[in-house]
Structures are given as structure tokens and as C-alpha cells.
Design a protein around this ligand. Structure first.
Ligand SMILES: *Cc1c(COP(=O)(O)O)cnc(C)c1O
Length: 394
């Protein structure tokens, strides 16, 4: 065996296999929609983040095709060199108006938005106060900064205040970071309490709305808007990859913050601008959201309908308050089996196990979208009922 065989990686892969956590990627052979072809089989899709069904929206596709015809397929450079097309500026202006903030800066993904913004905003001598269940991109962004990081128990306001009191006299900038909606349980951050504590103790607030952009807050303006706190949350991260249906991330806030990121946001400075087709599709998505709340109303209606049916059957759906509905099995093997049997019954809903969730918190996670029909949801519920009984979950 030679050095080029990367045996040390094969050994690590074998460890994953022994732990039963090795997996192969499912292959989608159709657009992401309510019903999809996955691994050659037609199924009801309950695993996408395509909350509003925009990933295959005709208006957005048209805008995207027209942008390709007019602008080509690539931006040609990073924004700071010559990749800054008027389309990018238009998207940011529209997003800022939609979010009711002074300014917005778009990154190539929500992940890079967190990676770039956190490290640019806080420095040595500052502290990040982070919910223990925050997304991986917040954790990585925090590591890339020179600030210290302290964690508080998930959505535990007494613990948050304990941490704030511990650190508040030792640091310059104190930045509280939380997901707006937590992706595994579908619970909403307690923003009113967080903002109140922050103001009381002189901290700044940073909310990652990846799962709330397009979902929460009057037609999708985000969690701060949902709670009427748009002017009291300092930094809002949004994604264009989930409910908006395309790809990209953004930061929304004060003009000076955006100007600073123009100079110090590393993924913005050193990674090529989004293709014009992406910017054009996102602009059309914001137009659609600005015109009416029809899609988000339909999504919420579907989500409530589906959750209520699962609850009535006796499934444990945890503390979800959003279209993310976990079906908690506790046991890892049961979650894996539930997902496998659902697929055989024509429903795609992925299992999520340790270390993504706690050891006894294994689950199948479902996300209902505006694209689902009541018929899709009834069929999915029937499959859950059949398999749930088989596996003694209900
Ligand atoms: C999905 C997600 C991201 C990453 O967004 P992308 O645009 O897919 O890179 C960031 N933060 C949270 C909380 C997420 O759920």
C-alpha cells in the first residue's frame, strides 16, 4: 500500500461504517418539488428546504433564462474586482427594502455569510455568546474570529443571563448569536427575551434566519420582523438557498456594517460573485414575496394540517412551531428504519441521528412546503400511520 492510497482516510471511513453512520447520498432525478424522482422512485418529498416551492417556479426560471441571455453564465470576478453587476446591486436593494433595513450584502451562501460576517465583526478582546444548538456555519465563523466563544444552554434565558453576567465586564464587544429557527426541532428563538437581555447588559444581537427567511414574519421577512424587532436586532443573516429556492446568503443591517464588510468580509472579497442567473432568480423571488403572502400562507396552512394529523395519530413531534416537524423515535435504528420503510411506501423523509442530534433524540425530519397538495399530505400521513404501527411508534 502506497502513500497515495490515503489509507488513513479509509480507516476513518471504516470507523463510520462500524458506528452505523456511514451513508450514501440520495440522488434526485427531477426538479426539487412536492413530488420527486429519488433514486429512481417517484415519492412525496418531505425533506427539502424549498418551503415556498420556489425552486421550480416558472417566473424565476424565466428571469434566470433571460439573465443568461443578457448577461452570460458567470460574473467573471469577485465583486471588488469587476464582478459587481448591476443585478447584484439590484438584489441587495430589493432585499433591504423587503427586510426594512438600511443595507444588505449578498454572499455566495448562508454558510459563507456566517463565516465572513462573524470574523469581520468581532475581534480579539470581544466575546461571542452562542446558543449551544447554533448551526455549524456559526460555529465555524466563530472559530475564524479572534473573539472568545461562550455557549449558553439552548434557548435557556436564565443560562443566557448567567453567561452574560460572567463575561460582560471582561470584553469589549459582546455579541449574542442565535439561529432564528432551529433546524432540528423547528422551534423559534426567544428573540424578545434575548433582545431585552442584550439591551439591559449592553450586548449586540445576531440572528441567523436561514430557516426563517421566507417563512416567518409577514410573508417571510424573518424572525426579527415576526416579533416586531427589526430595528432592535443588530445583524440579521438570511439565506437565498432555502425558502427563496436558489442559492446564496446575505447579511442585513446598518449601512456602516455593510460598508465594513465590503472591506473585510473575506468570502465576499475572495470568492467570485453569484452568476447573473442566480441574482435574477432571487430578484424575482423577492418580487413574488413582496406582492403577496399567498405562498407563505399556503405553506403555514399545509404545515399546520400535517402536524395536527401526525399529532392526532400519536407521534412525538417535539416542540416544533414551524413547518419543520420532527417525528422523534428516540432510538437510532428505529429512525433509520422509519425513513427506509417510508421510502418504500412512497415518502421521502430523512432520518437524523447522533451526532447531529442527541443520542436519544433520533428522528425523521419532515418539512412541508407550499407546493404540497392536501392529497400529497394525506398520502404521506397514511404512510406514516402504516409504518408507525409496524414499528410500534404509535
Ligand atoms: C442552512 C443553514 C445555513 C446555510 O445556508 P446555505 O445558504 O445553505 O449555505 C446557515 N445557517 C443555518 C441556521 C442554516 O440552517
Amino acid at each position: 500500500m502506497g502513500i497515495h492510497d490515503l489509507d488513513f482516510i479509509t480507516a476513518k471511513l471504516n470507523e463510520l461504517k462500524e458506528q452505523g453512520v456511514y451513508r450514501k447520498l440520495a440522488v434526485l432525478e427531477s426538479p426539487s418539488d412536492a413530488r420527486c424522482i429519488i433514486n429512481g422512485k417517484s415519492v412525496i418529498n418531505l425533506s427539502s428546504n424549498n418551503y415556498l416551492g420556489l425552486a421550480n417556479n416558472p417566473r424565476m426560471k424565466k428571469a434566470s433564462i433571460e439573465a443568461i441571455e443578457k448577461w452570460g453564465v458567470g460574473a467573471g470576478a469577485v465583486r471588488t474586482i469587476i464582478g459587481n453587476m448591476s443585478l447584484h446591486e439590484e438584489l441587495e436593494k430589493k432585499l433591504a427594502e423587503f427586510k426594512h433595513v438600511e443595507a444588505v450584502l449578498v454572499f455566495s451562501s448562508g454558510f459563507t455569510a456566517n463565516a465572513g460576517v462573524i470574523q469581520a465583526v468581532v475581534d480579539k478582546g470581544d466575546v461571542i455568546i452562542s446558543d449551544e444548538l447554533n448551526h455549524a456555519s456559526i460555529i465555524d465563523g466563530s472559530r475564524l474570529s479572534k473573539a472568545d466563544v461562550v455557549r449558553y444552554k439552548h434557548s435557556d434565558m436564565a443560562d443566557l443571563e448567567r453567561v452574560i453576567n460572567e463575561v460582560k465586564d471582561k470584553y469589549n464587544v459582546k455579541l449574542i448569536i442565535t439561529d432564528g429557527v432551529f433546524s432540528m426541532d423547528g422551534d423559534i428563538a426567544k428573540l424578545p427575551e434575548i433582545v431585552e437581555l442584550a439591551e439591559k447588559h449592553g450586548c449586540l444581537t445576531y440572528v441567523d434566519d436561514a430557516h426563517s427567511s421566507g417563512v416567518l414574519g409577514n410573508g417571510g421577512r424573518g424572525s426579527a420582523h415576526h416579533f416586531g424587532l427589526s430595528d432592535r436586532v443588530d445583524i440579521q443573516i438570511g439565506t437565498l438557498s432555502k425558502a427563496i429556492g436558489v442559492v446564496g446568503g446575505y447579511v442585513a443591517g446598518r449601512k456602516n456594517l455593510i460598508e465594513w464588510l465590503n472591506h473585510r468580509g473575506r468570502p465576499f472579497l475572495f470568492s467570485t460573485a453569484a452568476p447573473p442567473s442566480v441574482a435574477a432568480a432571487c430578484i424575482e423571488a423577492v418580487n413574488i414575496l413582496s406582492e403577496s403572502t399567498e405562498l407563505s400562507d399556503k405553506m403555514w396552512d399545509n404545515a399546520k394540517y400535517f402536524k395536527q394529523k401526525l399529532d392526532a395519530l400519536g407521534f412525538n413531534t417535539g416542540k416544533s412551531e414551524t413547518p419543520i416537524t420532527p417525528v422523534i423515535t428516540g432510538d437510532t435504528q428505529k429512525a433509520v428504519m422509519l425513513s427506509k420503510r417510508l421510502f418504500e411506501e412512497g415518502v421521502f423523509a430523512q432520518s437524523i441521528v447522533f451526532p447531529t442530534v442527541a443520542k436519544d433524540g433520533a428522528r425523521v425530519r419532515t418539512i412541508v412546503t407550499a407546493a404540497h397538495t392536501k392529497n400529497d399530505l394525506d398520502e404521506a400521513v397514511a404512510a406514516f400511520e402504516k409504518v408507525g404501527k409496524e414499528l410500534d411508534l404509535i
